[in-house]
Design a protein around this ligand. Sequence first.
Ligand SMILES: Cc1ncc(COP(=O)(O)O)c(C=O)c1O
Length: 430
Amino acid sequence: MVPIPAPPAGSGARLSAPGANVTTPWEARFAQRTHGMTSSIIRELLKLTEAPDVISFAGGLPASDLLPRTEIGEAVGRIVASSSEGAFQYGVSEGYRPLRELFVRHMARYGIRVGPENVLVTSGSQQALDLIARLFINPGDRILTEEPTYLGAIQAFGAQQGDFLPVPTDDDGLRIESLEERLRAGPKFLYILPNFQNPGGTTLSLPRRRRLIELANHYGTPLVEDDPYGQLRYEGEHLPALVTLDAEFRGCAGGERAFTGNVIYLSTLSKTLAPGLRIGWVVAPESVVRKLVQIKQATDLHTSTFCQHVAFEVAREGFLDRHVKRLRAFYSVRRDAMLEALARHFPPAVRWTRPQGGLFLWATVPRGIDTAKLLQEALAEKVAFVPGAAFYPEGGGHESMRLNFSYATPEVIEEGIRRLGRVLSRALEG
Ligand SMILES: Cc1ncc(COP(=O)(O)O)c(C=O)c1O
């Protein structure tokens, strides 16, 4: 028998016995860019919030009662009964054409005028963020974000080793006076959530939107506009999307073919139909869509054709708009329930935002209280939130917390905020 030679140096760790302090042949082979990835302590803490008796304000979940189960069931029935095999076969990477056209019509009602060739259907907006990160970010590229910003974007951009350059925010969103200096640093792009921001609940005012578009064009910095919540407005006027203002600014509004904008726009059906469908979409100039398609092909070939057909069947006869109206009425009651409960139960030293829409509000506690520590005490009282530090890519945010108001009923909101108020009062006395 020929003896097996010793493995070459650096060929990685050996497989140890099952159950031992596992070292597999794989760890030493993890790609370098993955070395900085950690699973955050907060994520770990949040696992505890899933216990059934915990009142959780932590997730970003739509209300269970408003998931369109009947409509989805009927849509599935029609798809299965139809003679077409489209929903069961591979599809084109850009997405199911009728669904892209439906998105085009839907966006037009909100003032966004583009053609289907500008639309790529993705597996949720989260995939859009990942594809964008992979298309644009080289290690060390600077990415401007609001501070705080969406945790999933921090993960997607961080995975490509982007460096974050956060811009402070206030009740009207991004603080423009802090922006200009950062634009001069030559960032790759600015990632921004103008409507009912996650996590802050704030909305970028119209004057700031206009100024942002001017500055972004002046400094040649493209924008990635993430808009999962724009339709969920409970008060005030709808504000034009950045992608619309940019088209006006560049003088190409109204002409589908002229869409060459400085803004990439993302949205999703996760908050308006059901997150389980995993349907989102990107709007971008055609050249960008083509490149994103190449990356998407390497990722998952295309978004589930079955889910795309279901989404189209559910939404095609105007259901989406009717459902959104219902969501607005329903969630505004829950938002008000939370605002009232906060006023009743939170100590006066705590401040919070008053969102005009969306699913979240943001509370700030006095300095010296660390909300990550507070979460542990809150969990002992069976109530949960997300500590603010999770949304600060460069550190900070320890004295803030994100509270979701869409999932729990008004009665549960009242009880959860009462418990949290008790925890806060104790911490302040301490
Ligand atoms: C700002 C923002 N972007 C993207 C996403 C991801 O959404 P999706 O379910 O479409 O992947 C979320 C989900 O909460 C979000 O809040």
